[in-house]
Ligand binder design. Sequence first.
Ligand SMILES: [Zn+2]
Length: 168
Amino acid sequence: MTDPRPDEPVPSASAVPEAPGAVPAAFEEVDTDQIPETDIVFECPYCGKSLSIDQRGAGLVIECTACQQMVTVPIPDGMELSDIDLPPEERETQLSNMRVVLGQAQRRVAELTEENATLREANSAAEKSFSVRNRRLNDLRALCHSLLKNQTEAAELLSRLRRLLDEA
Ligand SMILES: [Zn+2]
């Protein structure tokens, strides 16, 4: 890389090999050195981005800055939620955010209920087709058995016939 040629495209950042001990990409959004120790740092369950919020945000439902999904801020061990007083306008936001999450949860429950019914149907259909196949297999086995028996009998009859013909 001593003689840069203008014709060649500049290598993209992702093409450059990561230096040992580099900060993982998921943490790029949060520079841990600049976060106050009292902040809550957690990962978005939807996109995995590292998020940080003032400790007064414990238990709140917030919008992920990366994927815009509603996520619940974890409550740190030993923290009492009753110690936190939210200003009235934040309470309003919380109520509407929680309503969004409730709506999402209700839709998910409806989806899962439907999925469950579909799976149950597929399962009973599979069981039915299995028993049908099992019966067909038994029929085939019986046919093969009688075919083999007939073949043996036919071979015996043929050899008797040959012997009779030879003697004649
Ligand atoms: Zn996210």
